[in-house]
Design a protein around this ligand. Structure first.
Ligand SMILES: O=C(CO)[C@@H](O)[C@H](O)CF
Length: 533
């Protein structure tokens, strides 16, 4: 190990890119790099990092080999930045939740014998039983959700065991769909990874286990025993336990990094690979979430989450195992229509310019003259609707707004009104005593965060790094290797506290409280007239 002291690496395999951050012993950021799938790997022809097919709009997948190739490219970028991989003491990270990777028979042997003189993607070209991984944006498994809920005794029973009722994007419905509709793929599958454990497997040079936290986003893990529910395994597919492997705590040291990375990139053979987890649990770590805080992550998906001491059964939303404290949990709500929808309205109303978008947003009053809208590019999770719905102050449905200013504010207010209604239904304690910590790409936009603060009537804080998920991976890399002598809080005590960015205007609650009720009525009417798409 170099006398410059150890460094730690965090990775985040998210929807649109693979990101890395390198931190020193005090967890200060030394280097960052990313591989943006659409631009850096155009041969895979993704849009927003995913493959959409017009003839099957609810099927959304991503090429496994694109992710493999991105890892080689990313480490090359870090090497060009001057990162000395010989100093890396630990590497961990996260991945987009729920996605599943199907390793073909014999892939484990290939992983254990990677040859450093060749690219990863050349050696893994035939390592996948299906080349496209279903990811969290997929909504093609309604039938499988019904099979699972009926089999286990209903949605609330499933939520009681696994923390969620069945959701189309979750791994169990996706695995069940593969087994039902593509039995050849399932039969030739040797191992099933989540996106998080898939990255860990590449680094480990062997199949990596699924951690408790990301595993609790599958509709398969009993969140109290932290083990797979045998009843649910049986409902989904035969011999599934052996394809999943056993689960581990999120802070588990999985072993030394594969010799492939030692020989090819100069990693130290003492570098340890620590279990990877889901991007949202990693964000919880990256933000060092405290009880009472509410995180609003504004990325490809928008998520709201908070720390929970004990589980509860929720009809909508999710309870995941906590990545820091094995006995604690986290509550989460996810909204598919996040940044890609904001970018669509930015492009249509502001010519693709965030500066103009913000000027338009700031030029309209809070409450937007009573106009309210819902913009859903993909079928939303809550409510299960797709399409654009614009309303005037009399709650009459209209086809368009008279100005771009109104359209922009209707998007931003409508997104946060929808999120606050769901958060209140989930039981989040919203209001002036709630500290909202904003993260994710859009948390760099103060105009948007002011609307968040006004709609939630809460102060909004931001951390210095917009991407808390990749930071959480780096923090976990250090914490896991010191977990016997220091707590996560002690390990991360040198990290600066989030800073207050904005507070709600004094008239905010009087404007938005009535809009919440209007939103509830509008959604109830839309759900009545729109059968779930
Ligand atoms: O589905 C989600 C959480 O349940 C999303 O936030 C994905 O993790 C995004 F990658």
């Amino acid at each position: 190990m170099s006398d410059l002291g150890p460094i730690y690496v965090g990775l985040d395999l998210s929807t649109q890119q693979l990101k890395a951050v390198v931190v020193d012993e005090q967890l200060r950021v030394l280097d960052e790099a990313h591989v943006q799938f659409d631009n850096d790997l155009p041969e895979f022809r993704t849009y927003g990092g995913v493959i959409h097919k017009k003839q099957t709009p609810s099927v959304i997948q991503a090429p496994c080999l694109m992710w493999v190739k991105a890892l080689d490219m990313l480490l090359d970028k870090l090497r060009v930045c001057g990162v000395d991989f010989g100093r890396v003491r630990g590497i961990s990270g996260c991945g987009q939740q729920h996605g599943t990777v199907y390793w073909s028979r014999g892939a484990g042997e290939i992983l254990r014998n990677l040859r450093p003189e060749k690219f990863l993607h050349e050696q893994l070209a035939n390592a996948f039983a299906t080349s496209l991984a279903p990811i969290w944006m997929d909504s093609s498994t309604r039938a499988e959700c019904t099979i699972i809920e009926d089999g286990i005794g209903g949605p609330l029973k499933l939520a009681e065991i696994t923390g969620s009722r069945a959701y189309e994007r979750f791994s169990a419905p996706q695995i069940t769909k593969i087994h039902r509709t593509r039995p050849d793929v399932y039969n030739s599958t040797e191992r099933i990874s989540l996106v998080s454990s898939f990255v860990a497997s590449l680094l480990l040079g062997n199949y990596a286990p699924i951690d408790y936290s990301d595993g609790s986003g599958m509709n398969l893990l009993d969140i109290r025993t932290k083990d797979w529910s045998d009843d649910l395994l049986q409902i989904c597919a035969p011999d599934l336990r052996e394809r999943l492997g056993e689960t581990v705590p999120s802070s588990t040291d999985l072993g030394p990094i594969s010799n492939y990375f030692v020989e090819r990139f100069g990693f130290n053979d003492e570098c340890r690979v620590v279990a990877f987890t889901g991007d949202n649990p990693a964000s919880l770590m990256g933000l060092r979430l405290q009880k009472g805080d509410l995180v609003c992550s504004l990325g490809t998906s928008d998520t709201l989450f908070l720390w929970l001491e004990s589980p509860k059964t929720v009809p909508e939303g999710h309870i995941f195992c906590n990545p820091i404290d094995n006995e604690a949990f986290m509550g989460l709500l996810c909204f598919k229509n996040g940044s890609l929808t904001r970018e669509r309205i930015r492009d249509s109303a502001a010519g693709g310019s965030w500066q103009l978008f913000n000027e338009l947003l700031d030029s309209t009053p809070r409450g937007n003259f009573g106009n309210m809208a819902i913009y859903l590019d993909a079928r939303e999770i809550i409510p299960p609707l797709i399409g654009d719905y614009r309303f005037n102050k009399a709650d009459e449905k209209i086809s368009r707004y008279s100005s771009k200013e109104v359209e922009v504010r209707a998007l931003v207010e409508g997104q946060f009104i929808a999120r606050r209604v769901c958060a209140e239904d989930f039981g989040f304690d919203i209001g002036p005593n709630c500290r909202i910590i904003a993260t994710g790409g859009a948390s760099a936009n103060k105009a948007v965060l002011q609307v968040l603060s006004d709609v939630f009537n809460s102060p909004v804080y931001t951390s210095e790094m917009a991407n808390s998920a990749v930071l959480g991976g780096a923090y976990q890399a250090k914490h896991a290797l010191h977990r016997h002598e220091s707590s996560f809080e002690q390990i991360t005590s040198s990290i600066p506290e989030p800073t207050l960015l904005c507070r709600p205007y004094s008239d905010a609650e009087s404007i938005y409280k009535p809009m919440l009720e209007r939103y509830r009525k509008i959604i109830a009417q839309l759900l009545e007239t729109n059968s779930p798409s």
